[in-house]
Design a protein around this ligand. Structure first.
Ligand code: COA
Length: 437
């Protein structure tokens, strides 16, 4: 069966997480993704957080499925010629280097356009134009600068970063959409274009409900936040709201049976207004159905702590899965707090290809997250990540059409480097040497 992006060829100059998320997704949609890596070293994540000696880490393997790997030294003159040949034949160049790095390689937008006017140049940077535009940025920096950290956590605690990689993977997803749109537009204009997503912008886009609340603050307290019912005044910025729901239907994380020993024996419970009467029946408070102090949503807002404490007295008598079964019968929106162990073992996620087991020649079988986008006419088969430089020869010959003589010349130039096994990097911290990989 064909794939949605069959025929699209991506020159993948990405590393770490944000860019690789984007190109992995495009590969799952059928694009031919050729990942360019530095000879002997490769994407730094190959060696980071290693769990199996001398094998690519899960950090790398779970972000680089379905790609080919070619090693080229972009600062070597012949290497640059090879890259320019690839630019001629590819549709999209994706990169997430530090600001200015691509220009320093001589691959300015003007130069890329002169080589291939149909090329889409897609970039991720930490910040858009402005005072921070030259900064290097990682996930948690973006979460902080994009408004996520200041609005995550409990009111009286520190700002918190979230486990969901909204700065890296979130920005990669945004970029993938921009690339597909640019390819569609190219159908009409015949021209490529530059697509850029700043991680700060990507995070803010995912935090838009908090900018909504910032503006609502000017018109009075945020009544669905617990602190309203607790009589605590609001300041001039959106506070952290613990596990309060971000929407108009109040919700909380509540303890379930076993919470004393199981850190994930909890359920998210939403007191959706249309099923309020069913909630009252289930928890054993039928009087709240008609009591004017509880019957209408507005009357309940100042009492959320008391109401959720009563609901929790009921959820604590059930496991999270027993509570789910009962609540689902009444269409009461709720969700178990699933541990990563439970997710890894969940059969339905395996059945849909959302969690996939892949075999790898050096590390053996490993689990990865498959394509969350399901398409009826473009199925995804997840294949393992490439070894460093595994496809260098293949790409030089099959994609670029180079013959033996040219391939030998390129090898002799040093552009493909010599294989140097990656060594743990070390940093010096005030005299102490600390291994970081
Ligand atoms: N051949 C030769 N040199 C290569 C190469 C290749 N194939 N691939 C990369 N390099 C060089 C680059 O040219 C650059 O050299 P320069 O600084 O002399 O110009 C160098 O490798 C390092 O690139 P850089 O991007 O600065 O890496 P870093 O490890 O210092 O920084 C980030 C990492 C992620 C902080 C930085 O890339 C960044 O801010 N990226 C944008 C935001 C982003 O995506 N962040 C999230 C990452 S998950």
């Amino acid at each position: 069966m064909t794939k949605a992006l069959d025929g699209v060829r991506i020159l993948d100059f990405t590393h770490v997480q944000s860019g690789p998320t984007c190109t992995q997704l495009l590969a799952w949609l059928g694009a031919d993704v050729i990942k360019v890596e530095r000879p002997g070293v490769g994407d730094i994540t190959r060696g980071q957080l290693r769990d199996v000696p001398n094998a690519d880490s899960l950090y790398f393997t779970m972000l680089n499925s379905n790609k080919r790997s070619i090693t080229i030294d972009s600062k070597n003159r012949t290497g640059k010629e090879v890259l320019e040949s690839l630019i001629k034949t590819c549709d999209v160049l994706v990169e997430n280097f530090a600001p200015g790095a691509l220009d320093r390689m001589g691959l300015t937008w003007a130069h890329i356009q002169s080589i291939n006017p149909r090329m889409v140049l897609a970039s991720i940077k930490g910040f858009g134009p402005g005072k921070y535009e030259d900064c290097k940025v990682y996930e948690n920096v973006a979460q902080c600068a994009g408004g996520s950290a200041s609005t995550t956590g409990f009111r009286d605690g520190l700002p918190l970063v979230t486990g969901a990689q909204i700065g890296d993977s979130g920005t990669g997803l945004h970029l993938a959409l921009g690339i597909v749109a640019a390819l569609l537009q190219r159908e009409k204009t015949g021209r490529g274009q530059k697509v850029t997503v700043a991680m700060q912008d990507g995070v803010l886009n995912l935090c838009r409900v908090k900018l909504r609340d910032q503006q609502r603050l000017a018109h009075g307290p945020l009544q669905e936040y617990s602190q309203f019912g607790e009589g605590i005044a609001f300041g001039d910025a959106v506070p952290r709201a613990g596990n309060d729901s971000g929407g108009g239907q109040p919700g909380r994380i509540l303890k379930c049976k076993g919470w004393e020993t199981d850190p994930n024996a909890y359920i998210y419970f939403i007191t959706q207004a249309p099923v309020w009467e069913a909630i009252c029946e289930v928890i054993g408070e039928p009087g709240w159905k008609t009591d004017p102090g509880y019957a209408k949503p507005a009357a309940r807002l100042p009492k959320l702590n008391q109401i959720f404490a009563r609901i929790e007295a009921w959820t604590m008598t059930k496991t999270k899965f027993e509570a789910m079964d009962i609540l689902n019968e009444f269409d009461i929106p709720c969700g178990p707090i699933l541990s990563m162990r439970e997710i890894a073992e969940e059969q339905s996620l395996r059945d849909t290809g959302t969690v996939v087991e892949v075999d790898h020649p050096k590390r053996g079988p490993y689990l990865t997250v498959g394509n969350p986008i399901k398409m009826s006419d473009s199925p995804t088969e997840v294949t393992r990540s490439p070894l460093l430089g595994e496809h260098t020869d293949q790409v030089l010959r099959d994609v670029l059409g180079f013959d033996d003589r040219r391939v030998d010349e390129i090898k002799a130039s040093g552009a493909l480097g010599e294989f140097v096994p990656p060594r743990p990097r070390e940093v010096s911290l005030g005299g102490d040497v600390v291994a970081v990989e």
